[in-house]
Design a protein around this ligand. Structure first.
Ligand code: HEM
Length: 446
């Protein structure tokens, strides 16, 4: 790999190939409707480095594990993660992912305690009863829409584990405000005109801010186990603490970062297990062998086959398919100049699904993650569903815990299937979700 912070003599550098796509919209439609194919076509046409236009910006695509390492390791602080603002605007103002460099390091250190083992075990205890009561209420049927049910469940779990239990009407009001805030950034009209998603997002964000500000004094005084209380208590050895405004901003961001990502991961696992009944049965046997109706934190590493299935689902469908950054100064990558101020994009989707790095990448083959095959270890930045480097997902163990806790209970209570020729198609408008919400045949076990 040849990459450096200082740009060598300009004459040594190659011009970046690429094209601007369609007038005004660039390649946006390709990325919304067929990202899975478009990203490979880009590589075929231009190779590892190319420029293009989409979603109102020009960006340099850097493809493959070397590029992931160059950008995510970010030696010399060359790339700023605040590039995300272009996509999620002010709706997630000063969330952890949007902070950079020293300020980000400081906030991340403070937040770390809320994601350590003891805190996670506490969140699991808060979530388990709600998982049990929700799944107990699901009905057998021929067209059970997996994505919709999981989305509702993970929203409820968010209010248990992140906010502490909320009474019905308050929970409903906040859930609606949260959904409006999350949906707003994909509005084409980026101004709060009446009736727009953008305006509902502005109002939603305000409702969330007001709620957190109002509840802060009581949370600061509480010994609750939820994440909101953990952030209120967080402090470093030298006594640094989050301000009230920091907590409001972090809470709103974390709610968003945790929600669709876990739902998508689980949806894809359930899809793959519907297509592979032998793997579904293998996971069911593994869960039965634990001989307990709900998962405890110490059980997580015991579910080896489930771990492989989760990794494989995250490989085939990375919930965050691409990661943007902005170059803060000129730099060089593999003989190309990346000018200061330019947006760059790396692609987990490309890296995870290219035959250059995986055997038979379209095949669902969880054992590729076993110790004996360890295909993901070919390059340290080959499997990056959680990103890498300074901004690597701080909630990855939380996500694993939530996904496994739900799937464990589902496997013990239900069996599910799809028709042999069924293929789940994705909508990439924001994060990849099934266009048809994944209808499965759900059967309750005796
Ligand atoms: C399986 C589910 C998840 C996936 C695939 C996922 C993916 C990611 C990715 C790719 C990033 C890095 C973004 C970047 O570098 O630009 C990230 C960051 C982040 N994630 Fe997750 N995430 C998941 C679950 C969660 C959960 C459950 C939480 C919280 C409970 C969470 C909180 C965060 C936060 C706070 C960041 C920002 C970290 C930083 O900038 O230092 N994520 N996530």
């Amino acid at each position: 790999m040849s990459a450096s912070a200082t740009v060598t003599a300009a004459k040594d550098l190659r011009e970046i190939p690429g094209d601007g796509g369609w007038p005004l919209i660039g390649d946006s439609l390709d990325y919304i409707f067929r990202l899975d194919r478009a990203i490979h076509e880009r590589y075929e046409k231009y190779g590892e480095v190319s420029w293009g236009k989409a979603f109102g910006t020009r960006a340099i695509a850097l493809l493959g594990p070397d590029a992931n390492q160059f950008v995510l390791q970010n030696r010399g602080d060359l790339f700023a993660s605040s590039a995300w603002e272009h996509f999620i605007a002010n709706f997630f103002y000063r969330g952890l992912m949007l902070l950079d460099f020293d300020e980000h390091r400081m906030h991340r250190r403070l937040m770390q305690g809320a994601f350590q083992r003891e805190a996670l075990a506490g969140y699991l205890q808060l979530m388990n009863p709600r998982i049990a009561s929700t799944i107990a209420g699901w009905q057998s049927g021929a067209r059970f829409r997996v994505y919709d049910h999981l989305k509702a469940l993970t929203l409820d779990l968010g209010s248990e584990a992140f906010l502490g239990h909320l009474p019905g009407p308050e929970a409903e009001r906040l859930t609606q405000a949260f959904l409006d805030t999350v949906r707003a950034p994909t509005d084409l009209i980026r101004y709060p005109l009446p009736g727009t998603r953008w305006r509902r997002g502005v109002i939603g964000r305000r409702v969330l801010e007001e709620y957190f500000r109002r509840e802060l004094p009581a949370k600061r005084a509480s010994q609750d186990a939820d994440l909101f209380a953990q952030l209120c208590r967080a402090h470093t050895e030298d006594g640094a603490r989050f301000s009230d405004e920091d907590i409001v901003n972090h809470m709103i961001f974390v709610l968003m970062a945790a929600h669709d990502t876990s739902t998508i991961t689980l949806t894809n696992m359930i899809y793959r297990l519907a297509k592979s009944p032998q793997w579904q049965e293998r996971l069911r046997e593994e869960s039965r062998a634990l001989d307990k109706p709900v998962l405890e934190h110490d059980d997580l590493p015991k579910l080896e086959s489930m771990t492989w299935v989760m990794k494989e689902a995250l490989r085939i469908c990375a919930p965050v398919p691409g990661l943007p950054r902005r170059a803060v100064r000129d730099c060089e990558y593999k003989g190309f100049c990346i000018p200061a101020g330019h947006m760059v994009q790396i692609s987990a989707w490309f890296t995870h699904t290219s035959p250059l790095y995986w055997t038979n990448p379209q095949r669902f083959d969880p054992e590729r993650f076993s110790d004996s095959r360890a295909e993901d270890k070919g390059h340290p930045f080959q499997w990056i569903p959680f990103g890498g480097g300074a901004h690597k997902c701080i909630g990855l163990h939380f996500g694993e815990m939530e996904v496994k806790a739900i799937l464990h209970q589902l496997l013990l209570r239900f069996r599910w299937s799809v028709a042999e020729d069924y293929e789940m198609r994705q909508d990439f408008t924001s994060l990849p979700i099934p266009r048809d919400r994944l209808p499965v045949r759900l059967e309750r076990l005796q």
